[in-house]
Design a protein around this ligand. Structure first.
Ligand code: NOJ
Ligand code: MG
Length: 580
């Protein structure tokens, strides 16, 4: 059953009602394990720490958590370089700790989604070590993408691809001079790594790779996880022959090149990836209760993204087009309408997101002079975000997001209004992007700083010893949950109320229509819930504000007190209901 509604411009904004699958309207909270809560006091967050703080998530009112990787890893890319997919890194705990975390989450009614990193392994993975040892032409090398170099002596990379993190996407290895046991002297083949040198890309045309990942899926499904967030889901298959492609791709926004003048990227979004996800879906569908797949895919259009969530593929795909939309009512409207139309076409929910561990936190991003995707990290010497403006807009865009039909992802600490750490000393930076761009990009450490729990405790309650793998900014102290809980107007209370109302009203499954408003700074929507209730959602991105029609009563406002004088001010979202 649907409640079809058409916006004045003729854009279909309807959504289906009545489905029961939890993921369709789930609010999922991203836990970044090394920065959530440290149980053993070594300054690095861990699984026992997460388990001890799960009550916070239940109290917040989310449906599920997604954890970034906690598998055995040398941590060259914060765990997105996996050395053993079936083991927990000792920094984070043990398999028993993972099982205890899953059990506790389930006891609290929370689903657990884990990260799967299939595009590349760590260079410390057994397979890669074996590939280096076995030499050219071996079946061990065939699991990765090894190629001879170009140039007279193979001294040039096999093609011109660049790494997402900066620099070239190929590294040359040394080969044994002849028989095993002899010196490693001869310059040899090159291997592809779309990310760091320590992250060799797997060759997904090799059936052994497919079988291995099907087994890894089952390993975690058998331990009770409710789903997988699939890292770089658009990267697994590369175009035949690995043709040159000189343009650069960025995390989250992709290549952002003009499709009229630039050929499609041969390493991203190849049609061949979909067959892999169909086979995974078939495996997940043999499990009960339902298990889900979430694509991290930075592709060019909403239509290409929708391919990942066709009925026999994944369940969700992050909507990064929404994340990179500048602070403009008109642009938000277009992003929302296009996303809804594209996912509705394939019968999937839209998956909204504003922050994650790869982008500047939206409380800071939206306080920059230029809004939109934002830079890859902010240096202390860069123009600084306007903290108050950023927080006001972040709260406003979050209230807009949480009123939209579909699923929404939150990043740990955004419910506290945490800003980006913009004054990290370069010496503590760990993101490989900082080194690979030779310090041109600050990288993602500023959004990965350990989060506060208690205003007056060492490391603001992150760790019992006060240790913290990255220094926390002083501003985090007063944002700790113990300083916000029960405080009217606090960001934490806004999130709690929004999530409660969203659930009670069924906003995640409501039909959506646009209210015609002449002011280009105003986006006004009406959500019609399954039982016919109407919630008006008004976001004002600038100008003089919006006068609420007579009889509308404010349910919730992103700016404390807004709407009580009958107006929604700039940089604010209000949820309202008809008076009668
Ligand atoms: C996307 C992840 O979100 C990011 O953190 C990681 O660096 C890359 N994929 C490579 O795995
Ligand atoms: Mg620890």
């Amino acid at each position: 059953m649907t409640t079809p509604t058409t916006s004045p411009e003729g854009l279909e904004l309807s959504r289906p009602h009545g489905t029961t699958d939890w993921w369709r309207d789930a609010v999922v909270y991203q836990v970044y394990p090394r920065s959530f809560a440290d149980g053993d006091g070594d300054g690095i967050g861990d699984l026992p720490g997460i388990t001890s703080r799960l009550d916070h998530l239940a109290d917040l009112g989310v449906d599920a958590l997604w954890l970034s990787p906690f598998y055995r890893s040398p941590q060259k890319d914060a765990g997105y370089d996996v050395a053993d997919y079936r083991d927990v890194d000792p920094r984070f705990g043990t398999i028993a700790d993972a099982e205890a975390m899953i059990d506790r989450a389930h006891a609290l009614g929370l689903k657990v989604i884990v990260d799967l990193v299939p595009n590349h392994t760590s260079d410390q993975h057994d397979w890669f070590r074996a590939a280096l040892a076995a030499g050219p032409g071996s079946p061990e090398r065939d699991r990765y993408i090894f190629r001879p170099g170009r140039g007279t002596n193979g001294e040039l990379p096999p093609n011109d691809w660049g790494s997402v993190f900066g620099g070239v996407a190929w590294t040359r290895v040394s080969e044994r001079a002849d028989a095993p046991g002899s010196a490693w002297a001869r310059d040899g083949e090159w291997y592809l790594h779309l990310f760091d040198t320590s992250q060799p890309d797997l060759d997904w045309s090799n059936p052994e790779v497919r079988t291995e990942f099907e087994s890894i899926l089952r390993f975690w499904l058998d331990r009770g996880v409710d789903g997988f967030r699939v890292d770089v889901a658009h990267g697994l298959v590369k175009a035949d022959g690995l043709p040159d492609w000189q343009w650069h791709s960025e995390m989250v926004s992709g290549s952002a090149v003009d499709p009229e003048t630039v050929p499609p990227a041969p390493m991203w979004d190849q049609d061949g990836v979909h067959e892999i996800y169909r086979s995974w879906r078939a495996i997940l569908d043999t499990y009960s209760p339902v298990r889900v797949l979430v694509a991290e895919a930075w592709v060019d259009t909403d239509e290409r993204l929708a391919n990942y969530v066709r009925p026999d593929e994944m369940h969700q795909a992050f909507n990064f087009h929404f994340l990179v939309t500048p602070w403009s009512a008109g642009e938000l409207r277009t992003a929302i309408a296009r996303s809804l139309a594209a996912t509705e076409f394939v019968g999937a929910p839209t998956t909204w997101v504003q922050s994650n561990h790869d982008v500047v936190r939206h409380a800071s991003r939206l306080g920059l002079a230029e809004t939109g995707k934002g830079p890859n990290g902010i240096f202390a010497t860069d123009a600084q975000p306007d903290a108050d403006l950023g927080l006001a807009r972040a709260r406003a865009v979050t209230l807009l997001m949480l009123a939209l039909p579909g699923s929404a992802y939150l990043y740990q600490g955004e419910e506290l209004g945490l800003p980006e750490h913009t004054a990290l000393p370069d010496a503590v930076r760990e993101d490989p992007a900082f080194a690979r761009t030779k310090g041109k990009e600050a990288g993602r450490d500023g959004c990965r700083v350990p989060i506060p729990w208690e205003s007056d405790a060492p490391a603001y309650g992150f760790s019992p010893t006060g240790r913290s793998w990255l220094p926390q900014p002083a501003a985090y102290g007063e944002l700790a949950p113990d300083s916000q809980r029960g405080v009217e107007g606090a960001t934490l209370e806004m999130y709690r109320t929004a999530l409660r109302l969203r659930r009670e009203l069924g906003l995640g499954r409501a039909g959506l229509a646009e209210l015609p408003v002449a002011d280009e700074n105003v986006l006004a929507l009406t959500a019609t819930t399954a039982d016919g209730r109407k919630v008006h959602v008004v976001t004002v991105t600038g100008g003089t504000g919006f006068e609420l029609p007579a009889g509308w009563g404010v349910l919730l406002a992103s700016t404390p007190g807004a709407g009580s004088d009958g107006r929604v001010p700039a940089d604010c979202t209000v949820w309202a209901v008809d008076g009668d």
